[in-house]
Ligand binder design. Structure first.
Ligand SMILES: [Fe+2]
Length: 407
């Protein structure tokens, strides 16, 4: 079975990357970079025929001026607002919100916020369309190499997304929901991709640059992992290189001048590209660890991405040495330097970025306790990222080594 086709058809096994045999998934989302999201949303809702919209947003996003403008533009169409999403989109919260959406006769969803807002909107759309509980529709993974995507067939309500972070969660057909047992359940359906994504650099000025920096490291990680994933294609590779370039230049510029809309736009565009990467390539051990640091230790996804990325890259150095040369170049290294020692050079570029933009770089500086690391390592082994990672992982031991190094 060719690697590329597995992503689309929902087949179980991926062999390895093959540049002459692949499938590229185009999600059909309209993406607009423009100051002033409210007008665009109004026009699009009219075009889609949406009359009863549920808005899903986070506590801080809901207090922004941009959110006020969007709410005003929605007018009578706005029939429900969910603004208290807990981090990592818990299962019971999704089910309560879906009940509310059903009782109000919702015919459209608008996600305004970070990754949790988008994931929650997609999860509500799944429950409304497929019925039952959200957990019934989750993909499953049994280590080391049995991954079974769950195919979702029903048409989904239209979603419009205005991202306020660089997580790129709104871009992809995938999403994560934290189950009652703490495990991250993963879902995949291209029909969940938004009809419209508005990237609004002016609205983004309200978002603290620290939030954009940490979530920007998540976006950077999508590009890095996409470049050496066992499931990727030449188109996702091209997008990943452009994403790396925009983020590696845009993030330091944004941190230096947080009030500059050009820098904000560059980060938003780079983040969007990173989402396009993981709509086709799959993330690996780095994201598997970050999912578990989030679900089992409560770390933010941007925070854990900021810390773990260089360690996960170093772990994959030998398995993906060839891919690291071009990656290092896209991260800003000279080709003549990168060619001799690509992994170290790429890792050093990421460490330098960590320092320049001031994101966390050690687990010991977060709220996680060291004694929790073995549990996080054991849980990481159950995440499907392990399956797509270039270096094979069969036990929790090497994962614990990565975590200890990051401590
Ligand atoms: Fe991510």
């Amino acid at each position: 079975m060719a690697a590329g086709s597995d992503a689309i058809a929902g087949i179980t096994h991926v062999t390895k990357f093959s540049p002459d045999d692949f499938t590229y998934l185009n999600t059909g989302t309209k993406v607009v970079m423009k100051a002033g999201a409210a007008d665009l949303i109004e026009t699009e809702l009219e075009r889609l025929g949406c009359r009863k919209v549920m808005v899903i947003t986070g506590p801080s996003a809901s207090r922004s001026a941009a959110f006020g403008e969007i709410s005003a533009a929605l007018g009578h169409r706005l029939v429900s607002v969910v603004s208290d999403i807990p981090a990592h989109t818990p299962e019971d919260f999704v089910m309560r919100s879906a009940d509310e959406a059903r009782s109000r006769g919702i015919d459209g969803l608008l996600a305004f916020g970070g990754g949790s807002a988008s994931d929650c909107a997609k999860a509500i759309a799944i429950v409304l369309a497929e019925g039952g509980s959200i957990s019934e529709h989750s993909s499953s993974f049994t280590p080391p190499d049995d991954f079974r995507p769950k195919e979702l067939h029903q048409p989904k309500l239209p979603i419009i997304a205005v991202p306020t972070t660089a997580s790129a969660a709104e871009v992809t057909p995938g999403l994560g929901v934290r189950g009652a047992d703490g495990r991250k359940m993963l879902f995949w359906d291209v029909k969940l991709c938004p009809r419209l994504i508005v990237l609004d650099p002016e609205a983004n000025l309200e978002v603290p640059s620290r939030v954009m920096a940490e979530t920007g490291m998540n976006a950077l990680a999508h590009c890095v992992e996409g470049l050496y994933s066992r499931l990727r294609n030449p188109i996702s590779e091209a997008i990943a290189h452009q994403g790396l370039k925009m983020l590696a230049s845009g993030l330091p510029a944004m941190v230096a001048e947080p009030d500059n809309t050009n820098h904000r736009a560059r980060v938003l565009a780079g983040a969007h590209l990173s989402g396009m990467v993981i709509s086709n390539a799959r993330v690996g051990i780095h994201h598997a660890i970050c999912h578990c640091l989030g679900a089992h230790a409560g770390l933010g996804h941007g925070e854990s991405n900021s810390i773990m990325l260089p360690y996960a890259m170093a772990f994959n150095g030998d398995a993906a040495a060839g891919e690291f040369v071009e990656m290092a170049v896209s991260l800003g290294a000279e080709r003549t330097t990168a060619i001799n020692n690509p992994t170290d050079i790429a890792v050093e570029r990421v460490r330098a970025l960590q320092r320049v933009i001031g994101v966390p770089s050690r687990l010991r500086d977060t709220k996680i306790e060291r004694r929790a690391l073995p549990h996080v390592a054991a849980q990481t082994l159950l995440d499907r990222g392990v399956f797509f990672n270039p270096r094979r992982v069969e036990t929790a031991e090497p994962i614990l080594d990565i975590l200890e190094a990051a401590w």
